[in-house]
Design a protein around this ligand. Structure first.
Ligand SMILES: *Cc1c(COP(=O)(O)O)cnc(C)c1O
Ligand code: SF4
Length: 338
């Protein structure tokens, strides 16, 4: 084969997810250029970026409408000057998670379930994130600390479900996940492994055949909870990868955060539920945003949220209506808002 033919084949190869992950957009100037936006209309906040840098995958950017500062996907990632506002009641650690951290990288707040903050980073930085102030550095388990977390789980046979969260657990490699699952498989009382990830939405190529195989063929009931806030996030690319998951073997759910100007509208939420269902994904939770410092401009009041829920309930079958919840420190479960 000639060199040209070879390189043609090479460029036709779909990019590996690791390559996409190492080629994120982190410079606001590049983002506005790609999206043909006028930076003068909405300057990026340096203070916000210093605290929580701009970070977004190219597949997610490809789903943003060029030239539109109001795009609901763009609003989730743009470090705006609104983040600089200091608002009473919005604090760094509203969930007091630092209190429920028995070993590094493990949170045990709810009956029968532990949450592993398995991987400290994400492929994207969502501006509303309640973990934006989280001290990941001291919560990045080394192999040895993983062993501590595994021992903790093995020692408590009341733990039936292990939740891999983050950061984003799917930022870990297939090999690391395979290792972790095989360790968990040896703990007899663990029946369910749940993965909470935004990766299938922001970097769908992450759903590799190896990963699908891991989830579909482990001894666990595997649950994959997507984090999708708007139907527009479900691009043709996302659809093509998600539809490959064998939903007889893996339960697909979605959780969203209710965000002002992004999805605080019953038509948008209805469309999200219907779009998810077309991919065998059921809505699970709709979270009221946590009162995290720098995110007040995303906040939706309980009153407004309840009005939206009523509209949703009047338009959708019950199974397509997510549960409206809020996380409150010290509670035995997420709190239903009704
Ligand atoms: C949200 C959360 C869970 C899972 O709660 P579910 O209601 O089962 O989805 C478990 N542990 C922690 C620490 C959590 O924050
Ligand atoms: S992917 Fe999840 S954990 Fe990561 S920044 Fe977004 S909301 Fe936060």
């Amino acid at each position: 084969m000639t060199q040209t033919a070879l390189s043609l084949i090479h460029t036709d190869q779909p990019k590996k997810w690791q390559e996409i992950l190492s080629d994120l957009i982190t410079d606001p100037k590049e983002l506005v250029q790609v999206l043909q936006l006028d930076l003068a209309l909405k300057p990026a906040s340096l203070a916000a970026m210093e605290q929580f840098p701009l970070k977004v995958t190219r597949p997610f950017v490809a789903a943003i409408e060029p030239g539109n500062w109001q795009d609901p996907l763009l609003l989730q990632i743009w470090p705006s000057q609104a983040e600089e506002a200091v608002i009473t009641g919005f604090v760094a650690d509203p969930l007091l998670e630092s209190d429920a951290n028995p070993v590094p990288g493990l949170l045990h707040k709810y009956h029968g379930r532990v949450l592993l903050t398995a991987v400290p980073h994400c492929a994207i930085h969502c501006r509303y994130c309640f973990r934006r102030h989280f001290d990941y550095a001291s919560n990045t388990p080394s192999r040895q600390q993983w062993q501590q977390a595994l021992d903790y789980i093995a020692d408590d046979n009341g733990i039936e479900e292990v939740i891999l969260s983050g950061g984003d657990p799917l930022a870990a490699s297939d090999r690391q996940l395979a290792w972790l699952l095989s360790q968990l498989e040896q703990i007899q009382h663990v029946a369910t492994v749940r993965i909470h990830s935004r990766m299938p939405i922001v970097l769908p190529q992450r759903l590799t055949p190896v990963l699908r195989d891991l989830l579909e063929n482990s001894r666990f009931r595997c649950v994959l909870v997507l984090h999708c806030n708007h139907a527009r996030e479900i691009s043709a690319l996302v659809r093509s990868f998600l539809s490959k998951i064998d939903t007889n073997a893996v339960t697909l759910l979605n959780q969203s955060v209710l965000l002002a100007d992004i999805n605080d509208n019953s038509k948008i939420l209805e469309e999200l539920s219907r779009t998810l269902f077309s991919l065998n994904v059921l809505p699970y939770y709709l979270h009221l945003p946590d009162k995290v410092a720098g995110t007040a401009h995303f906040y939706v009041s309980r009153k407004e949220a309840l009005k939206l829920m009523e509209e949703l309930e009047n338009r959708l079958p019950g199974y397509l209506v997510p549960k409206l919840v809020v996380e409150e420190p010290g509670k035995a479960a997420k709190t239903r808002v009704r």
